[in-house]
Design a protein around this ligand. Sequence first.
Ligand SMILES: C[S@@+](CC[C@H](N)C(=O)[O-])C[C@H]1O[C@@H](n2cnc3c(N)ncnc32)[C@H](O)[C@@H]1O
Length: 206
Amino acid sequence: MEIERVKDVYAVHSHFYDSIFGRLYAPGRLAAIRLMDIRPGQEILEVGVGTGVSLPHYPKHARVVGIDVSKEMLAKAEERKTSLGLSNVEVYEMDAGKMDFPDKRFDKVIAAHVISVVPEPLKVIKEMKRVCKDGGEVYILNYVNASNGVIAWFERQFSPIRKALGLGKDVDFEAIIKEAGLSIDHVEKVNVLGLCRLIKCRKAIP
Ligand SMILES: C[S@@+](CC[C@H](N)C(=O)[O-])C[C@H]1O[C@@H](n2cnc3c(N)ncnc32)[C@H](O)[C@@H]1O
């Protein structure tokens, strides 16, 4: 999807995102935040933060920065920040493919259900790596197509509809993580039927 199409799609999704995908993907987001094991004073970046469904679940002792390209999704995240008094959170309109942040700013960087909808997944993972500290962690949480069996058959039937609705494309996560120069520390299946993967990657200390 081109970035303008992403913006159009999520302007529409913003009206119903929380009631469908907010709930559907809730267990995986909580698993990701648990796995991140965030320590006091650490600074976290969530790229493609959307309506900010995960924001209340981060520990208050950490600073959390969320970015997104969709004004409409971000408006909901801002509303959530204000209504819940999340003073440890900041959200900005920014493209994850070319972020304004300096190199090595964040302790941990996460993209939840984002990499399969961005126009250039490798470019985004490289940017996530760039803004992550040496020795820091990059987390990717995403729906991953089944390779065989009944679920794979259903996915093939549903694939054109999925693309048309802007629900994302199939991505070879292992290949692009490797190409970005990150190493994979941990992978787990999360969400309904284990259809999503939570991948913890590390940025090496040179
Ligand atoms: C499926 S939603 C995921 C929202 C949230 N992370 C969650 O867990 O539900 C994908 C989000 O990624 C955002 N997005 C897509 N491409 C982006 C990009 N290049 N830079 C920043 N955000 C992007 C969309 O606007 C949308 O809010």
